[in-house]
Design a protein around this ligand. Structure first.
Ligand code: CJB
Length: 830
């Protein structure tokens, strides 16, 4: 009975002496206990790494308590929950973020110093969790932080890759990829849930059976792999709520290949079981390019099937009728990668729950919403029908059925416009018949959104025009945001303290709109002075890192000009490098007396290229070749330096972004869906040099065009510029390209194809036509930097205007306008 249960619970609580305590002595005891019993080192003899592990475990204990409270509370209240399905998460490190969100950073720092350790030093021991490629994956991580902080009843679902994004190693200026076996030394943050496992089926055949006089489809799989849950706690800031990111790993299933055991082929059967684990072993390192690879599709279904089973199990624990499903469940598709979830939900509701097609479809259409991150049609996922049919035969049938009904309905609405019908069909006919995953997701989702205003408009006007005309009400805009907890509080503690001091409160950490309060002091000489000091400290930290990584000594008086992001032609790192060559050339040709007027620059570039992306890899090599030349030219000295920061990842970003004076977001207009790096730089008071693309357009609205350096063709001008038969190649651009072609930086032949992308007659990304205005924007930045007070004012106004680009705003918007969920806050003082 309830009475005796609660008496039992009461007794246990007393036995354990209540919750863990956060005073210095308790923390020290906990850390030492973990050294001795978890890490199994003597508490009299352990090194920094072991201390980090013990520390992490003690933090995890606290996270687990909170996560239990949160889950119990959610269970009791039974609110509508959102399930965020994302194939990628770039979580980075967890330690600092966790203790800050738990509000016990200082207590830990104190406890550690009593033990003779320094918090920062131990924090450096942690490796990054890099289960994702770039912007999309880091966005998922930021959004999880906001969902927890804003007390939303949310779960994240994803895959627990054993190998995260490759490590980038530079040898002779060339990128090499090395595996990131990040679990090598264990992962203290996760909890393996050995009892939370689900079978995931593949291959086989579908048979029709007769069930009580009704025909029904039964899928007899050819392979079964077990999915095991690994839970990662995500603590909110200023709340006890701690939500869960549940990642699935493949484990051999008992049902796997029983036949082989019975026939005596024991060794082969064991090897086969081993193969099952490969499903979740490696993250695909391509950003934006899809390949019709079977393993990738298997990963997608594996993660989707396990998540849906888990979600339905949780629902059924509290409900007996699926009519309530849409009132209790929202499923967010982060890009098309998880969109097989639609077919999977239909399969479960129709084949297993026997709800009948119409009822099942009605439910599916009420629970899904879909975020598009792609900009161009070529970026959209298409799964060859043959591949899907062999791996997931029942799902192919279901998708055909969805499409058939959709097209029939469509004909009634638009008539027999076959061109339009074929454009909108989920099935693409052609040399390789394929499933258009985005079309599937749009047909079923009640809401579809882009990730910035211009991107959302482009989706309506171009990529999904047909769908927009059919269902205008489905289309929304949810401009991306980033979490100020990670990108100011964790990564820039000095700025954090300064902001709180001037605003007289720390409330902005949860209520980011308060940052606008800084505007009132932007011209205040005292704030400006302190602001400059903070930047200087951060530049010092970055300069030390640069020297350690590349051996290049840089001057703190120089403008630190940063472009860090994945390497892509459309992001135009090449434009940046050509601009640097131009700058170098100008300095070389300048009268010596003129040189004192040059604003010294440290140009910093960082980012990974997909392993198969040749041109991107050449851009990295060119950067190194140019750096080699410039940095060794004593004649130029501190006036210009170029450094490439290897292996750019979340924790490197935390170091680089606070130290930047200027950052570049210079994609060809119309190519960046949103861009989120810019928002992190903005928060850190870094000025932007940017094209009017993605979310930059909204940044301009917020901080005003006077406070950043805009240049280049606008979105609507791009198609026309591309049509020009012989694109204008300004002399200055032609000259720097000639220098590269002539072997001024060595590797003459190697760079030829790279130069061809610009002056080979096509210049698809418009480097030539934007070159002049790029140089002008750079000159404007130099001029502004020469006036430190003016520059600092712009910097303060950047931070002050960054509140709109917090993921708190984005998530609140999703919760209210898309998911229909409400906060469910554990009642405590945090
Ligand atoms: N994006 O990182 C990815 N991967 C993709 O496959 C497609 C898009 C990026 O997503 C970010 C988050 O929405 C955007 O800010 C960025 O513009 C986009 O390229």
């Amino acid at each position: 009975s309830l009475g005796s249960d609660s008496a039992k619970a009461e007794r246990m609580f007393r036995l354990m002496d209540g919750f863990l305590k956060n005073d210095s002595i308790s923390l020290q005891q906990d850390i030492l206990r973990h050294v001795e019993y978890t890490v199994a080192r003597s508490r009299f003899n352990f090194d920094d790494f072991e201390a980090y592990q013990a520390l992490a475990h003690s933090v995890r204990d606290r996270l687990i308590e909170r996560s239990h409270d949160t889950q119990l509370y959610f269970k009791r209240k039974d609110p509508k929950r959102v399930y965020f399905l994302s194939f990628e998460y770039l979580m980075g490190r967890s330690l600092s973020n966790s203790v800050i969100n738990l509000g016990i950073r200082d207590q830990y720092a104190d406890a550690l110093s009593q033990l003779g350790f320094e918090f920062e030093v131990l924090a450096e021991q942690e490796g990054d969790a890099a289960l994702g490629n770039g912007g999309l994956a880091r966005l998922s991580a930021c959004q999880m932080d906001s969902m927890a902080t804003l007390d939303y009843p949310a779960w994240g679902y994803g895959l627990r890759y054993e190998y995260g994004l490759f490590r980038q190693v530079i040898l002779d200026g060339f990128q090499h990829e090395q595996p990131d076996f990040w679990l090598n030394f264990g992962n203290p943050w996760e909890t393996e849930r050995v009892h939370v496992t689900y079978p995931v089926k593949f291959y086989g055949v579908v048979e029709e059976e007769n069930l009580n006089g009704e025909k029904c489809n039964v899928w007899i799989p050819g392979e079964v792999v077990e999915a095991v849950a690994y839970d990662n706690p995500i603590p909110g800031y200023g709340t006890r709520n701690t939500i869960t990111l549940r990642l699935w790993a493949g484990k051999p299933s008992d049902q796997h290949d029983m036949e082989a055991y019975n026939t005596g082929d024991y060794i082969n059967a064991v090897v086969c079981r081993q193969k099952a684990e490969n499903i979740s072993s490696v993250l695909y390192p391509d950003d934006r390019s899809f390949q019709g690879k079977e393993l990738r599709l298997k990963q997608q279904y594996f993660f989707v099937s396990a998540s849906i089973q888990d979600i339905i199990r949780r629902f059924k624990e509290a409900h007996s009728n699926f009519d309530e499903f849409p009132e209790k469940v929202a499923l967010q598709l982060n890009d098309t990668h998880p969109s097989l979830a639609i077919a999977e939900v239909m399969r479960v509701l129709v084949d297993k729950e026997h709800l009948g097609w119409n009822k099942a479809w009605d439910i599916a259409c009420k629970i899904f919403s879909f975020t598009i991150h792609a900009v161009i049609a070529e970026g959209l996922e298409k799964i060859p029908v043959d591949l899907l049919g062999s791996l997931l035969p029942r799902h192919l049938q279901i998708i055909y059925e969805i499409n058939f009904k959709f097209v029939e309905e469509l004909k009634k609405r638009i008539g027999l416009d076959y061109n339009r019908l074929s454009r909108m069909s989920i099935i693409e006919e052609g040399a390789v018949k394929s499933i258009r995953m985005a079309n599937l997701a749009i047909v079923c989702s009640h809401t579809v959104n882009g990730v910035s205003k211009v991107h959302s408009e482009l989706l309506k006007a171009k990529l999904f025009k047909d769908f927009y005309e059919l269902w205008p009400q489905k289309f929304q805009c949810k401009t991306n945001g980033v979490t100020q907890r990670r990108w100011i509080v964790v990564s820039n503690p000095s700025l954090c303290a300064l902001i709180s001091k001037w605003l007289g409160t720390e409330a902005w950490i949860r209520d980011v709109d308060l940052l606008t309060g800084l505007r009132a002091y932007a011209a205040d000489p005292d704030l400006q002075q302190e602001w400059m000091m903070v930047k200087k400290v951060n530049k010092m930290r970055l300069a030390e890192y640069i020297e350690a990584m590349s051996g290049v000594k840089v001057s703190l008086d120089a403008m630190f000009d940063v472009q860090t992001k994945r390497i892509h032609e459309y992001k135009r790192q090449l434009l940046n490098i050509l601009g640097i060559i131009h700058r170098y050339d100008c300095i070389k040709n300048m009268e010596k007396s003129q040189r004192s007027k040059v604003v010294p620059r440290v140009c910093i570039i960082g980012g990974k290229a997909a392993p198969g992306y040749e041109i991107a890899k050449k851009i990295i090599k060119l950067c190194h070749a140019v750096a080699e030349k410039i940095n060794n030219d004593t004649d130029v000295g501190d006036l210009l330096k170029l450094v490439f920061i290897p292996d750019y990842n979340v924790s490197v970003a935390e170091l680089v972004i606070p130290g930047a004076d200027l950052s570049q977001h210079i994609s060809t207009a119309g190519h960046e869906a949103s861009g989120t790096g810019s928002m992190k730089f903005l928060m850190n008071g870094c000025l932007l040099l940017a094209t009017e693309d993605g979310s930059t357009v909204e940044i301009v609205e917020e901080i005003g065009a006077d406070n950043l350096f805009l240049f280049g063709a606008k979105i609507h001008e791009v198609p026309k510029l591309r049509e020009e038969v012989s694109p204008k190649m300004p002399l200055q651009c032609a000259r720097v390209i000639r220098m590269v072609r002539d072997g001024y930086f060595g590797f003459k032949d190697y760079f030829e194809s790279l130069c061809d992308t610009v002056d080979g007659g096509k210049d698809f990304y418009l480097l030539g036509s934007d070159f002049q205005s790029y140089l002008e924007a750079q000159a404007a930045a130099d001029k502004a930097f020469a006036d430190p007070n003016k520059w600092t004012q712009m910097s303060i106004l950047s931070t002050a205007g960054s509140g709109r680009f917090s993921s708190d705003r984005t998530i609140r918007d999703y919760a209210e306008k898309t998911w229909g969920i409400e906060p469910c806050r554990f009642p405590s003082d945090g």
